[in-house]
Write a new protein. Structure first.
Length: 264
């Protein structure tokens, strides 16, 4: 009788843990100035697809960011990426750029150089000012998600942030205005996150180009970026899973005691 009750309780606990793990997960991305460089920030995302809710916790260390407003972007990438008409056909990995992706050789990773890697589908979560020491801490709170298009950015035209002339929106670095679809979140492990906003160093840059040494603060230029690691179960899910494993161990010990034979 005890064994039957124990087995039933164990099944309930493990089923509950599996159900909870399918409902919600936490994703973490370390943010760095370029792929392969030391991390200077982090984003933690609590995503519950069944409840259709999401929450972003974003932080950057002191000195990681310049003074000014910083756009926080969640990125999705699609096969073909640039100028393919209907890009929402095959989602692929969104990757932060590396220093080797500096196409024009000006020493700066510009947004139009990063786009083929990190993806031209993005969701602007918020625009946040860095603290006086160059740090940033942001909590989006719990956001409700709707099906279909979540976010559609304004078209990039001359005069947009980071677009000083027609050369900044010409091929090969122009960005199609495709927006961010709710369906991209179902492949969260393929997404990436970045923080935009960095100064345009005087005397650095190629002309024509996004960075030409005269534009001052570039609100569009990537400052920190990172890709998401595998999902981490939420604390309540961990607790139920650990309880279930503990009950498995206890059940094993109980069976061993019942089947042992004593010789006297």
């Amino acid at each position: 009788m005890k064994r039957a009750i124990f087995g039933t309780a164990l099944a309930v606990v493990m089923t509950s843990a599996m159900s909870a793990s399918s409902q919600a997960a936490v994703y973490v991305a370390d943010l760095a100035p370029a792929r392969g460089l030391p991390s200077a920030g982090q984003v933690t995302v609590d995503f519950n697809p069944d409840a259709n809710t999401i929450r972003f916790l974003v932080s950057a260390a002191a000195g990681a960011l310049a003074q000014g407003d910083h756009q926080l972007h969640l990125h999705a990438n699609y096969a073909g990426n640039l100028n393919i008409g209907n890009p929402l056909t095959q989602q692929v990995e969104a990757a932060p750029p590396a220093l080797t992706d500096d196409v024009d050789g000006d020493g700066i990773i510009e947004v139009f150089e990063a786009t083929p890697l990190i993806g031209e589908s993005w969701w602007t979560i918020a625009t946040v000012a860095a603290a006086a020491d160059g740090s940033l801490n942001y909590d989006s709170g719990v956001l409700a998600l709707a099906p279909g298009l979540i976010f559609l950015p304004d078209p990039l035209v001359v005069g947009s942030p980071g677009v000083s002339g027609p050369e900044d929106i010409d091929t090969p670095f122009n960005v199609d205005n495709i927006g961010f679809e709710r369906s991209a979140l179902d492949n969260f492990g393929l997404l990436a996150f970045d923080i935009h906003g960095a100064p345009d160093p005087a005397g650095i840059g190629a002309t024509p180009g996004e960075i030409d040494g005269f534009d001052g603060y570039e609100s569009l230029r990537p400052a920190l970026a990172g890709a998401f690691a595998s999902a981490v179960p939420e604390p309540t899910t961990w607790a139920m899973m650990l309880l279930g494993f503990g009950m498995v161990g206890a059940s094993t010990r109980y069976r061993r005691r019942r089947t042992s034979v004593a010789f006297g």
